[in-house]
Design a protein around this ligand. Sequence first.
Ligand SMILES: NC(=O)c1ccc[n+]([C@@H]2O[C@H](COP(=O)([O-])OP(=O)(O)OC[C@H]3O[C@@H](n4cnc5c(N)ncnc54)[C@H](O)[C@@H]3O)[C@@H](O)[C@H]2O)c1
Length: 437
Amino acid sequence: MKLAIVGCGYVFDIYMRTKWAYPELEIGGVFDIDAARLRTVCQHYGLHAYADYESLLADPAVEIVVNLTSIRSHYDTVRRALEAGKHVYAEKPLTTALEQTRTLFGLARSRGVVLTGAPCNLYCDAISSMWKAVLDGAIGKPVLIYAELDDNPAHLMNLEKVQSPTGARFPYEEELQEGCTVEHVAYHLVWLCAMFGPVTSLTAFSKFLVADKTATPLVPPDTPDVSFACLNFANGVAARVTCSWVAPRDHQMWIIGDRGVLSADNVFHDQTPVRLERFSKVSLTARKAYTARTQPQIGRLFGIGGQRLALLRRWKSHAIEAERGVGRSVKHKFVSWLRRREIYAQDKMLGIAEMVRAIGENRAQPMPPDFLIHLNELTLLIQRAGPGGVATQPVTTFQSIAPLAEIVAAPQNYRDAYRPRLFERVLAGMIESLQRR
Ligand SMILES: NC(=O)c1ccc[n+]([C@@H]2O[C@H](COP(=O)([O-])OP(=O)(O)OC[C@H]3O[C@@H](n4cnc5c(N)ncnc54)[C@H](O)[C@@H]3O)[C@@H](O)[C@H]2O)c1
């Protein structure tokens, strides 16, 4: 299907990194109100530039509009695309007003077009593997989630100097003004709600902690830079989600069941290692020992952290394994490899491809409107909780969603993770005898 992209800023380059793996998604052209930026990306990627948004929308060949504009432009750009009869894939958050979000989905329904969007990490190898392990009962009954999204103390990170590979500067003013919750919490909410269903009640707190994060004055100057949310899911699971731009980076995901725990290192990495620890007296007792807790290699001998799960491979797993979008020099290749290995790797085209696949197969979108509206409401409730906190019930809900059929059907072997090793059993016996003295 032919698509056109509106908004060619920082995140545009991240989309383009994995475009090479999607020959089926043809980009008919792009538009940005920043003429210099439009020129740069069109020259770099060899794309057609539309003279204005009207001509993009008037192009009958364009079936999907991908909206990568700044958050405050989302409502208008998405509305106009829907009114022009285009399907829309939009970056998150769709809007920062629940009523506007509902209006857009209502509009899409009345025009008979699809509206869906980011984040698409729900479809990645790591989260698909975790979802399947939960469904397969690998940790027993899931009961508790800890989801971390601390993204370093922003005031020490020289955000003014960060640029995309084609020179779009990181929009740090917008990121800090919108806030870490609006920008990031959906990366966790998306997998939490997919796996465990709608949230029926929530207790949240948000606060502004560190002033003068940048030399530029921000408007407003005091958007919360930390939030905590305790989520009560209809199916009985409880979750605690943290977002901040204050604490050192921590992007971990923990799904704790009554028989074991699944953990993953980095929600921003589509192939982050996933570990499955089937609880045993061995691993639980070993955690009492300081060295076993603080030295991972030693802890593993006792079963702490369990075994690494082989990740399910999905139809586009290769997209982040060999990026070709931005530069071909040896330096680019090395930096890209290092970033993908150590820091983060996200295939943002995958969300568009899953949308197109569902349209082509004439089935419902894997992330349907009521699901995305619920994520939007939760995001806004957490962001706006304030230092006094809120305990409330979301007004939206959704029909639980199922994982894609190929994820359910994929073979997976949990046997290794289930069996404490001989060494593990011997050492645990020693610890227990020490405890008895
Ligand atoms: N920066 C990131 O790392 C990141 C990551 C994931 C998602 N996002 C999301 O992607 C979206 C864009 O973020 P970004 O970082 O690329 O921001 P950005 O400011 O770098 O880019 C936005 C671009 O949209 C253009 N634009 C704004 N209004 C427009 C309009 N009405 N018509 C046409 N063009 C318009 C701007 O000129 C700018 O070039 C946001 O929703 C953000 O939350 C950003």
